[in-house]
Design a protein around this ligand. Sequence first.
Ligand code: NAD
Length: 335
Amino acid sequence: MKLFVFSARSFDKPALELAAGKHELAFTERRLGIETVRMAEGSQAVTLFTSDDASAPVLDALHASGIKYILLRSVGHDHVDLEHASSLGMSVANVPQYSPNSVAEHAVALLLAMNRKLMLGQQLMDKWDFRIDSLQGFDIHGKTVGIIGTGKIGLTFARIMLGFGAKVIAFDPQLNPEAVRLEIKYESFDEVLKQSDIISLHCPLTTTTRHLISGPQLKMMKPNAILINTSRGAVVNTNDLISAIESGHLGGACLDVYEYEKGLFFDDHSGDIQHDTKFTLLRSFKNVLITGHQAFLTTDAITEIAQTTIANLDCYQNGLSCKNELTRKKQLTPF
Ligand code: NAD
């Protein structure tokens, strides 16, 4: 089948080519949007990344171009109007699972770098300033770590935290038996916020979880708590996060995702005038560490993403039902 790859990057192109088999692939680094949709003409399927726009008007245009199948190279599907795709008879499949270690380990990397002030330490060392007075962190051992969302990534992060000797508590509307087996204690959402020294977000972005962490929730957190978000930017209300940092209540924020990352992350803006004052402000805080949605970026994860994407395409080509199909399944209302 002819598969058009939007948002192709140097890291996923070779993995997709290797997995492609007999499928014919064409690539663009450009994002899918109303202005680029016609690039896919002549293909039957497109594959998208999280920065692509698959809203209703774009889906209409894709459908008119003859696209029947949409393959997401991601777990998250908040960038796709699934209901509209279903109404057009288009099939959408995601990669529901790929190395949860990639994201969980990155969350740990952010936490350690923030807590042990690795960035500041390097800046001082660049100046040949070897004083360590400003680099004090705390032991994770013995601290309470709260997990919001104990799915694949949340549970993997929880296991690592248990390995550090932390007490792990969690909130998820659906209990994970594996978490129960690990003696992770489920608490109410508010209790997790109140009791945790470190809170890590691992829930999807839905209408329910949009701004799940806003002013009242940030105030509920322990003074000096650290918030980690490797989930989706809009799970956290950015304005309220900025206020919580400015007030000195929050100890720090480790972010791999940002509410307004679309159009910012994944592209070179080094020559642009920087208009995003919220992002500039966040970056100016010593206790905020941001990476540009790179948590998934390990060789292992990229290989699995490419293989599952092509396996999904194989199913459609062979007229088989695709186990990763999102359309026509009951969904949490996508945001
Ligand atoms: P998953 O489906 O295995 O787990 C998600 C969990 O969140 C489920 O257990 C679900 O019940 C729970 N949940 C749903 N609503 C909730 C709520 N209101 N409060 C608490 N928990 C809730 O998904 P996963 O593979 O663990 O991925 C989690 C998220 O991580 C994805 O949805 C995606 O947004 C994000 N992600 C980010 C990156 C990255 O590179 N930063 C990469 C992959 C995934």
